[in-house]
Design a binder for this molecule. Structure first.
Ligand code: UFG
Length: 325
């Protein structure tokens, strides 16, 4: 298939592009490089530097490449930033996604995969969050993704566009060639590894007074390559009907547990300090991914926390400055 990947210079988008190319798909990456890295884009992908805020730019890219499917990764994606810059999230994520959907419909693209998020569940009612759980976004970021999910529903009703919504829990780890590099970095695992590598003095744990066994927040870390492989399965499944899937490992680890595993993997001490809670952080987010396991046979192969951290550590040692090296 011919697949247009928006945000293909970013973390999950670039790894998914790599996996798509390995499976012999044709890939075009569309990215404005506001957060992504040109060096993250696989050489075999066609490269289009463009901005989803411009209907003309995305329209021209789709007219030219004529994709069979679009995978939409490009978005602002930081929960905490969205609490201080809500308009950038509520406006940009929504408007840019709508521009993309409109261009797809105008040019006859029939399959659409949306990166969505566990942040749809700000105060989850059950221990394992499945696709039937009541949506109650935890931040303007989560709200913007929920608005896109609803928009996609109506675009599909009206135009017949087929979609898969993939709600990621905490993407982490690295492929052999691509890893996580944000500027500034805010994610737990790359930050902890920067401490292990001597690039930072300590990690700050954002709150140890949550209602969890050790008081620190629990998240479900899923290897980025396992996530990427779910996109391929979801794409194939779109031949029959629309899909919504939760992508996680089904196991929750606290911030303290992530630190312990990282100390064991790296052999480094990794000093930690307790800080204040970070705005927008739910205490616990753990997925039930039973639906995609049962319907598509997906199962995470690389998502033991030790494997995730070890892969990210290898990448960080090879690329101490991320894509800057
Ligand atoms: N954390 C710290 N110290 C840090 C950084 C993070 O204690 O320096 C904690 C956070 O408070 C949180 C956990 O580590 O409890 C994970 O934080 P991340 O920033 O790595 O990830 P988030 O859970 O905030 O968010 C990620 C993605 C979102 C997605 C969410 C879904 O960035 O896009 O997972 O669970 F919505």
């Amino acid at each position: 298939m011919r697949i247009l990947v928006t945000g293909g210079a970013g973390y999950v988008g670039s790894v998914t592009s790599e996996v798509l190319l390995h499976q012999s798909h044709d890939v075009a990456v569309f990215d404005n490089l506001s957060q992504g890295h040109r060096a993250a884009v696989p050489a075999a992908a066609q490269w289009v530097q463009g901005d989803l805020s411009s209907p003309q730019e995305i329209g021209a890219a789709i007219r030219h490449f004529q994709p069979d499917a679009v995978m939409h990764f490009a978005a602002r994606s930081l929960v905490s930033e969205s609490m201080t810059h809500p308009f950038a999230y509520l406006r940009d994520n929504l408007v840019e996604g709508i521009n993309l959907m409109e261009a797809c419909v105008a040019h006859g693209v029939q399959r659409f995969i949306l990166s969505s998020t566990a942040n749809l569940f700000g105060a989850p009612e059950s221990v394992f969050i499945d696709e039937e759980a009541a949506v109650s976004p935890g931040s303007p970021y989560g709200e913007s993704k929920w608005a896109l999910e609803r928009a996609l529903h109506w675009v599909s009703e009206v135009s017949g566009l087929r979609y898969a919504i993939l709600r990621y829990f905490n993407a982490a780890g690295a492929s052999e060639q691509r890893g996580e590099h944000h500027e500034p970095e805010t994610h737990l695992i790359p930050l902890v590894l920067q401490v292990a590598a001597g690039q930072r003095e300590h990690i700050t744990i954002f709150g140890d007074d949550y209602d969890t066994p050790d008081g620190t927040c629990i998240r479900d870390y899923i290897h980025v390559v396992d996530l990427a492989e779910a996109h391929l399965l979801a794409l194939q499944a779109l031949d029959t009907r629309n899909r919504v899937y939760h992508l996680g490992n089904g196991k929750g680890f606290s911030v303290q547990q992530v630190l312990e595993v990282t100390r064991a993997v790296t052999g480094a001490t990794i000093p930690a300090q307790i800080g204040a809670r970070r705005s927008g952080d739910p205490a616990r987010l753990v997925a039930s991914s039973d639906r995609i396991r049962e319907e598509l046979g997906w199962s995470p192969r690389l998502s033991a926390l030790e494997q995730i951290v070890a892969s990210a550590w290898r990448w960080q040692q090879r690329h101490p400055q991320g894509y800057g090296t």
